[in-house]
Design a protein around this ligand. Sequence first.
Ligand SMILES: NC(=O)c1ccc[n+]([C@@H]2O[C@H](COP(=O)([O-])OP(=O)(O)OC[C@H]3O[C@@H](n4cnc5c(N)ncnc54)[C@H](O)[C@@H]3O)[C@@H](O)[C@H]2O)c1
Length: 404
Amino acid sequence: MHRLGIALVGAGFMGTRHVHGYAALQAAGVARSEVVAILDLNQEVAERAADEAQQLLGRRPLVYTELDALLGDPAVEAVDIVTDPRTHAPIAIAAMEAGRHVLCEKPLALTIRGARAMVDAARRTGVVLATGENYRRGGANRLARAVLDAGLLGTVHLMREVRIGGDSAVIISKWRHMKASGAIGLDMAIHYADIVEYFLGPVETVWGRGIIAEPLRFPADGGDAIVPDGEDSIIASLRTRSNVDVQLAYLPSGPGTRFSERTVHGTDGSMTVPPDRTDGEVVVTLGDRVLRGPDLVEAVGVHLSLSKATVAVLGADGTGGKGALWSVVDSGYLAVEIDDFADAVQSARPPEVDGVGGMRALAVVLAVLESGTSGRAVTVDEVLDGSVHAYQDSIDATLAVSSR
Ligand SMILES: NC(=O)c1ccc[n+]([C@@H]2O[C@H](COP(=O)([O-])OP(=O)(O)OC[C@H]3O[C@@H](n4cnc5c(N)ncnc54)[C@H](O)[C@@H]3O)[C@@H](O)[C@H]2O)c1
């Protein structure tokens, strides 16, 4: 089978993790794609990633530092964009205009204007545009969705999606604390927005706000503190079109107890879903009956189906198994996402999370930020159609992409 030639664009913190995703597919004997090139503005970073790719994949990708040169390479049939978010739209649109399929890390863009321009470019050019939403790929979230599809919880009224606690350290990188480059509140809450829509369908109305809980953030290298101007926290109440209320909080701050919860509550019972990339199990409580493990898999029946790549890379239940290393589970999730993208291109079908899916998750989080700015409840449709945009204006003003 011809393997799709993919260029990795952006080889920093997450770019190298993507290399491990490709390696997991290759090691499991299910690779549909190969990394033919690596582009990073920083040549040293690109060379280092190419060395790692050579070690893991047995073949050294060509190194590029300029997008135009990369797009002139006929071996590059698709690009996997893992740069910082403010660059996603211009890189993706240039690649699509050059006839290349695109897998783009979340957040698809920083504003609806940027995301809409990407979705429009995909429609115009007919290529595949996929959004990298990795959390939903894990076995526990697949099983949780199957529980809901099977109707085991009865009529669902409430979901709680909560991550609380942290400190004043810089979270991963300084750009994650600035509004114009994609602050950590948006960067993380978008994962949870995707999970909410994956479980329950479209979010309709949003009431909430983004806040800067830690006014100073201290870098790990002991350098000067930075003063964030982007929200590190997202706190909101959402209502889905299917009439479920969702309590959403991402608050990586404060000296209190660290707390994490993903639960769903219905008329027949409740479900607890373990934190992403852990080996915890989904537990369903239906009165006196508690279902977990093989009993739960049996109860959901045909509603659970894992892709061939999922089973090959993460085992029969798609979790990586008890005690699996975090890094193995992480690259497994990425492998499944990459496999879905390559299969979508090769089978001419939409990817599981396309550009519209990525734009919707972005719109949910932007609706929280717009709600905080306007002091009223905001619908996701108002954000998607561009009629509510005050929060986004200062970001759009710094970006070149325009379509509004
Ligand atoms: N899905 C997840 O679990 C997950 C986890 C971490 C990061 N991410 C996402 O991955 C993306 C990258 O994050 P990161 O932490 O790797 O950032 P990073 O800052 O570590 O790396 C970004 C890299 O992109 C390069 N770059 C920037 N602009 C470029 C351009 N125009 N052309 C080529 N290279 C360019 C930089 O030189 C840098 O090496 C972000 O969208 C982030 O949200 C996702």
